[in-house]
Design a protein around this ligand. Sequence first.
Ligand SMILES: Cc1cc2nc3c(=O)[nH]c(=O)nc-3n(C[C@H](O)[C@H](O)[C@H](O)COP(=O)(O)OP(=O)(O)OC[C@H]3O[C@@H](n4cnc5c(N)ncnc54)[C@H](O)[C@@H]3O)c2cc1C
Length: 473
Amino acid sequence: MKTNVAIVGGGLAGLSSAAHLLLAAPDRYKVHIFEAAPILGGQCASWLDAKGRPVETGIHLDFPWYHNKDALFAAIGSPLPLKETDGNYYVCNGQTGQIDTLLAGKSVLKTLRGLATFPGLTPGERLQLTGFIFRIMRMDDRTAESFDHLSVTQFLLEQKLSVGIRHQLALEAVTIQGLRPEEASAASFIKFLRTMYGSMGLFDTTFFGAPLGDALVEPLVDFITRHGGHIHASTAIQSVTPATSGPARITTTAGITHEADHVIFAVPGYAVPALLPVEHRATAPFEALAHLKETPIITITLWYDTKVFTDGNVYISHRDREHGPIFDAVADKAFHWKDWPKLKAQGSIVQVLIDAADDVLHLSDAEILAKVYQDLERFFPRCRGQVPFDSTVLRLKNTYCGTRVGYWSKVPRKHQTGLAGIWLAGDYTDGVYHYGMESAIISGKAVANELLRVINHTGFEILRPRYLPFVRA
Ligand SMILES: Cc1cc2nc3c(=O)[nH]c(=O)nc-3n(C[C@H](O)[C@H](O)[C@H](O)COP(=O)(O)OP(=O)(O)OC[C@H]3O[C@@H](n4cnc5c(N)ncnc54)[C@H](O)[C@@H]3O)c2cc1C
């Protein structure tokens, strides 16, 4: 008899759980995925708008240490269409109006050159920064997490770094953690920088050669359904009753109840407790999850008749509301999608990301767009005098659990919950810094391993970043 597995949430974590179970033992599992939205993919979704044009949740960078994600797509027979950048980060500097180049990439030498030429710093500061990065690479997880009670701002002050270095490094908190440095956890900051500077990859930072749905979601959905999995879109789960003697019961908002031997929660951590009976909400690990919070993000897509960008790099910026720009990242998707057979647009499709957007949420769409146009004209000469013929402004809800101060004391370190047959997946539960696509994929793989262990079946190896020999992680 097959084991019944119900997965709540059809983002990358839910899809990864299902795909790994069906890769390992398709004859042993009956898998059902319940997804509240009409489309799969969660934060990694894309869809066609009313005019048939692709819209994504937002700019997604794929990092060279995302080995588990690459391995999964290779295993299902759909290697990812990756579009490599030159690896550098281009920083729109609101104070100077110039774009600074931060050299980075798969080669250690280039990364070291990046530190030695770090923009906006004096030679003495660059030496200090290099020493600081080496200190970070020597920190193990335990040491990194001992700084979880500090914000990035406090940690950088405590490290006695110069004002210039503090200003430059604060960039990471916004672009990666999606939070302002005053609220972002220093532990996550350390873990990300350690992996970025301390690991080696085969390629540079990449984008996908097709919208997220085509590149990431459809191949997984296709594999799951071809191997007997069932996907229920537009089916929100209202409650999950853990098993006492018989199977667990999950009930949709339409009042339909399903039974399952295992239930995998693959929704953002803060959404889990409300799905459980009240008596479980105040117990570990659920009580702490209720204190996690999403981070507000705005994604703007601009369609131009002409090419207003000359490359496919991502341009990031300092969170400097005084000098601008309003955006945290900008990239031309038409450049990444140029080999995608379904691409119809001739001109640029500019995606603009505003992370940690709570301070601009009060602005109307028209006000946000006006500011974005002004900033694009300021930094990108080809945008001058060009007005997009169409635009969308997405105010994203239910995004990832923000890695705020205290984050590491709240996130679970295992997938078991203490309730029989109830498991946790999701980017917040796994990975080297518990955020992002790779963490979501790893979490699904790890939960699949737990379920496979129950039936004495071999699991999958969880791949670690390829750290340089002296890095302690
Ligand atoms: C704009 C943006 C940019 C990003 N950029 C990057 C990047 O550059 N690099 C990177 O690695 N990561 C990036 N991320 C993060 C990455 O997208 C996420 O870490 C990852 O997709 C999380 O996957 P998940 O499956 O854990 O969660 P989710 O994608 O949130 O999936 C959870 C799913 O559960 C569903 N759900 C919730 N409640 C219920 C319910 N009651 N019943 C049924 N279904 C439910 C939701 O609809 C959702 O589909 C970005 C995220 C955003 C929003």
